[in-house]
Design a protein around this ligand. Structure first.
Ligand code: BDP
Length: 639
């Protein structure tokens, strides 16, 4: 065990940062340089996986210390080569890229140059020209470091960026895992170990999201927070701006509508903007013009003894409210029914790497399906995806990577401290997205264990303190009577797989068992309920009628049986249904998985199974019944 755990022990603990994490955007004062494309790569295959650190691979070009291969960024490295040891590799891998930085970024002392990694799974250490600039724990959120000061020390050499990434999961990581050494040398070779996990998706690793350099002036807009509300026809945008690098500064904020007209402005760093005749942000299928976004243009002016600085940042702002009653989920005071999907960041070849063609295809499929929402099961997705949700009006339940917390040792202080830090990072990144309407702190933890009560109470109260404007939940699968965390959540989210993991083949029991599930949870907690997962595997192209498990027919009949009960309960306190899963996805190998989980209504290549057509019919029916169709559906439409 110790042999792999040193990976973390050797590193400084991560300090919580109270700085902002604004998405890098170009403006008249900011430049962005993407570093996506081919990087140089090597996995550290030494027995203790530590040769890279022992021999300081970061001090020179990676190609000078051993063999290297091409590796695309962003992408998981696992499925890129034909090498089975790289697919299932556990330990440190090394990425490197040389960049030529525009000369003015270096010569102008008034410029900050920031290196940003959208995400790398799981633990990262970053060097620039051999000097460590940052490290980060967590595989799904961005991290960054100012590197301009360093580059100015040696302005003539190119900027060499080295990133070491380790995918090892321990009892205290999120998600948790454990490394198991097999010490019976009659059965396993010396040093043989495996990574155990308690979650049902492949632990893809590498640099999963864009890496980029961006500039800001020395005095800069570090963070912006907006909270929105409305009264009658007037929108209210409560904002606050935080500035770094200036002792005194003036801030001007202007809220523009989509036509570029100023609708409100102020010269204060915080305050409330009033918007007459407000265009609210509405979900897709709830309004004919969903996803309306204003632009909050923030301008900072500051000066020091040497120079003056101006920084400009434009933040998209959707004006909407979210409220929960004991039976309803309200967006802009109107009942919202989640008819949506659970997803994964997952696809052939690129694994969990951000891929624009895939992202756009998925949004087209979501809209085709008539879905109005998704949950970021089981970790935060790329911020680029949330921006798409903001624009298209797709409602999001934003989930932390707290999945597979099943071992009692993962409920201890070390785990809780890290989980709280992840919630800080998640809220800091996603707080301004109108599409995000609820935080989910975990999926299917062992919520019956005694420490779960304190763990979830602390975690949920902390998340509410970070963001008092959104409800908080975690996703449960356990018995309502034993669930220690449920008293603290705002919305009960329940996963169940009747006639699949229980009573296999017996779809006739679904109606009774699902009814009991809802009545039990509602009876005990009097909180609205989302069916946050349900479904069945279907291997595409396998048929049998009468339906048997793993056929397309069986998947359909399971869905239909659930829908009958949803239709009774949605008139009462059930506020949503999210199918498991949008698409087939890769998992660890095991006897219950045939090249991954096949509960997708689309294949991994995004082709529909029979269930997709069933769901499409239902979702459009729900939309017609409960919502307002977008303008384009009134024209010859792509349905
Ligand atoms: C649920 C989990 C999900 C799994 C699903 C399944 O939340 O991650 O993929 O079961 O087994 O309990 O298909």
């Amino acid at each position: 065990m110790l042999r792999v755990l040193w990976l973390f022990a050797a590193l400084d603990s991560v300090l919580l940062s109270d700085t902002g994490m604004l998405f890098p955007r170009e403006s008249s004062s900011r430049e962005v340089k993407e570093l996506n494309g081919l990087w140089v790569f090597r996995a550290d295959i030494s027995p203790n996986r530590n040769q890279g650190f022992e021999r300081a691979w970061y001090k020179s070009r990676l190609a000078e210390t051993g063999p290297v291969i091409d590796m695309p960024v962003p992408a998981s490295y696992n499925d890129i080569t034909q090498d089975p040891t790289l697919r299932d590799f556990i330990g440190w891998v090394w990425y490197e890229r040389e960049v030529t930085v525009p000369a003015r970024w270096i010569t102008d002392q008034g410029v900050r140059v920031v290196l940003r990694v959208g995400s790398a799974h799981y633990y990262s250490v970053v060097w620039v020209n051999g000097v460590k600039v940052t490290e980060h724990e967590g595989g799904h959120l961005p991290f960054e470091a100012e590197i301009g000061t360093l580059l100015r020390k040696e302005p003539t050499i190119p900027c060499r960026i080295t990133i070491a990434v380790n995918n090892t999961l321990t009892l205290h990581t999120l998600p948790p895992g454990s490394i198991q050494y097999m010490n019976d040398h009659t059965r396993y070779p010396e040093g043989f170990f495996v990574q155990n996990t308690n979650f049902d998706f492949y632990n893809y690793a590498g640099i999963h999201r864009p890496v980029l350099l961006y500039t800001t002036p020395k005095a800069y807009l570090d963070d912006i927070t907006v909270v929105t509300d409305f009264m009658d026809n007037t929108g209210l945008v409560r904002y606050s701006v935080s500035v770094q690098g200036a002792a005194s500064a003036t801030v001007k904020v202007t809220l523009m509508d989509t036509g570029g007209h100023c609708v409100a402005s102020s010269n204060e760093p915080s305050g409330v903007l009033k918007v007459a005749d407000v265009n609210l942000w509405w979900p897709y299928l709830m309004h004919e013009n969903p996803g309306y976004l204003y632009s909050l243009e923030v301008r900072l002016m500051a000066a020091d003894e040497r120079s003056t600085y101006e920084d400009v940042y434009a933040l998209p702002v959707g004006i909407r409210t979210v409220n929960v009653t004991s039976t309803q989920f309200l967006i802009n005071n109107k009942p919202f029914y989640f008819h949506g999907v659970n997803k994964h960041e997952d696809a052939d070849i690129r694994g969990k790497g951000l891929d624009w063609p895939l992202v756009v295809k998925d949004f087209n499929l979501i809209k085709w399906l008539g879905a109005n929402s998704f949950r970021t099961s089981h970790y935060p997705y790329a911020e680029e995806i949330l921006q798409m949700c903001d624009r298209h009006g797709i409602v999001v339940i934003d989930e932390s990577p707290g999945v597979g917390i099943k071992d009692i040792r993962s409920f201890g202080n070390a785990s809780l401290t890290h989980h709280l830090a992840v919630m800080d990072e998640l809220v800091r990144r996603d707080k301004n997205h109108p599409s995000v309407v609820m935080w989910s702190v975990a999926n299917e933890p062992a919520a019956e264990m005694p420490p779960a009560e304190n763990y979830f109470k602390t975690l949920i109260l902390h998340t509410k303190a970070l963001d008092p404007t959104r409800p908080v939940t975690y996703i449960t699968d356990s018995n309502y009577a034993r669930d220690k965390g449920a008293p603290f959540v705002d919305v009960i989210c329940v996963n169940s797989y009747f006639s699949w993991y229980h009573d296999p083949g017996h779809v006739e029991i679904i109606s009774l068992q699902l009814n009991t599930q809802f009545e039990d949870w509602y009876g005990k907690y009097k909180k609205p309920i989302i069916q946050s997962e349900y479904g069945a595997d279907a291997v595409p192209g396998i048929h049998n009628d009468p339906p048997v498990m793993f056929t397309e027919e069986y998947q359909k009949v399971v869905l239909q049986s659930y829908h009958n009960v949803f239709d009774q309960k949605r008139k009462k306190y059930v506020i949503g249904e999210l199918i498991w899963n949008f698409a087939d996805f890769m998992t660890t190998q095991g006897i219950t998985r045939v090249v991954g989980n096949k509960k997708g209504i689309f294949t991994r290549q995004r082709q529909p199974k029979a269930a997709a057509f069933l769901l499409k019919e239902r979702y459009w029916r729900l939309a017609n019944e409960t919502g307002t169709l977008p303008l384009w559906t009134k024209y010859p439409c792509p349905l």
